[in-house]
Write a protein that binds this ligand. Sequence first.
Ligand code: FES
Ligand code: FES
Length: 153
Amino acid sequence: MTTHQLNVNGRNHSVDVDADTPLLWVLRDTLGLTGTKFGCGQGVCGACTVHLGGKAVKACQTSLQEAAGHAITTVEGLSKDGSHPVQKAWLAEDVAQCGYCQPGMIMSAAALLHHKPHPTDYDIDAAFADHVCRCGTYPRVRSAVKRAAGGAK
Ligand code: FES
Ligand code: FES
């Protein structure tokens, strides 16, 4: 086992975990950051979405080795006080139902708006195409993304 350096939410961590361990397990089990959720473990539900170097990635499909050396942001690190525009829009639109898929949705929304501040409906649909919400919050997700972008609801 080798020691790997991870930068998560602005903090550096040394972790002694096998290099091919999925980042999701390192975040949840090693670092105790349980905001990032395990859904499918196969890259098809989006519950585990985090930012790696500013891009939305699925932590269950990203190895520790791939993540080391890049800035990682989890839902816990999006803001200190819930003041990120996406978090505020999510509350305003009352998006969450059971909430399980929501950290991944929020992280994809934040990445989308970072790269496309004024996304079209097509952009939004594309960004969430591989997110699964069993509660069916998709219409509210779309409204919240638009609200966070400063556009119409
Ligand atoms: S848990 Fe990673 S995509 Fe479902
Ligand atoms: S809010 Fe329940 S799974 Fe999405």
